[in-house]
Design a protein. Structure first.
Length: 334
């Protein structure tokens, strides 16, 4: 079945972001931290793509590079069939055009405590983008602020108050109201529930799902909480040290994981019933230094199934069933 390109909102191809390390005295050879090293995926309109992995695997760097907040080292990103950048072709979108597209690409931050300016009122925070893009008169913008806060479960009496007067969950609702203020198509959710109490997390996730349906939004959802990603996302990309090791539909990834790293992550999920058995897979070996990535498969230092081929040859991301891809030499024998 041929894929309809009109349904693709975001297309990422071979995305790379390397950070140079300081070279030692008297030596000119430079080394790099390969934070993102050849990541590719597509997100269809009104769908949710989950990006999961351990801390430091490059999830947030992928998001910042996609949004053109940091300069890419390689690869390309297309949004709504418009090229944001293509490093190999030396093609970069002009700043003026990027500012226009930014209305359609927004970000929900991880920490609701540090992401809101403590010196500004809630009205000033939510209306900042609307004022910049001149989306109406002062009265119209204030009315839209009230409507947005109401959509996010907040009262209009919040407008003249300051962030410190609200709880973490309320602050995140304000952050979400700010993110949707410009009527975006695409929102990057950078672990939006990580700093919240468990009792509040489900409320925020349900709010985001309601907004997705009401406003036809598309999400890139970054998280390390596999229990959340399982039910929240349509597709999942599993990252390890800057590369995607497994990708596919959410249910398929959890019911039939193929990569040993994915299996270990899923086994670490807390059980939902006291009578349920959970065989925890403990990873041995050491996590490689960011500046000294091993040759071959990056996971070979922690994988009990690693062979000489794994230590020498980088596995390609291959499709083993419908839309289910894995980068592992031994996936069919584990």
């Amino acid at each position: 079945m041929q894929e309809n390109n009109k349904d693709i909102l975001l297309e990422v191809k071979d995305l790379k972001k390397y950070f140079p390390l300081k070279s030692r005295l008297f030596f000119n050879n430079k080394s790099y931290v390969k934070s993102v090293d050849g990541v590719s995926f597509k997100i269809h309109k009104t769908k949710i793509m989950g990006l999961v992995g351990e801390s430091g695997c490059g999830k947030s760097t992928v998001a910042k590079t996609i949004l053109n907040l940091i300069e890419p080292t390689g690869g390309s990103v297309k949004f709504n069939d418009k090229t944001i950048f293509n490093v190999e072709k030396n093609s970069y979108i002009p700043n003026k055009r990027m500012n226009e597209i930014r209305k359609d690409m927004q970000l929900i931050f991880q920490d609701p405590y540090s992401s809101l300016n403590p010196r500004k009122t809630i009205e000033a925070i939510v209306s900042e983008g609307m004022v910049k893009y001149k989306m109406g008169s002062k009265a119209e913008i204030k009315g839209r602020c009230e409507m947005l806060l109401n959509l996010c479960g907040m009262d209009k009496t919040c407008l003249n108050r300051y962030p410190h007067e609200f709880s973490g969950g309320q602050r995140q609702r304000i952050g979400i109201a700010r993110a949707i203020s410009l009527s975006p198509q695409f929102i990057v959710c950078d672990e939006p529930t990580a700093a919240l109490d468990v009792s509040i997390q489900s409320q925020i996730l349900n709010l985001m799902l309601d907004l997705k349906e009401d406003l036809s939004l598309t999400y890139l959802f970054i998280s390390h909480n596999l229990s959340v990603v399982r039910y929240f996302c349509d597709e999942i990309c599993v990252m390890y040290l800057g590369v995607i090791v497994e990708k596919g539909p959410s249910a398929e990834i959890y019911d039939h994981p193929l990569h040993p790293y994915t299996k270990a992550l899923i086994s670490s999920m807390p059980i939902s019933h006291p009578l349920q058995e959970n065989k925890r897979i403990l990873l041995t070996g050491s996590i490689p230094s960011a500046g000294k990535i091993p040759s071959g498969c990056k996971f070979n230092t922690r994988c009990k199934y690693a062979t000489d081929r794994c230590r020498e040859e980088i596995p390609e991301l291959i499709e083993v069933s419908t839309n289910h891809l894995v980068a592992c030499h031994n996936y069919n024998s584990i």
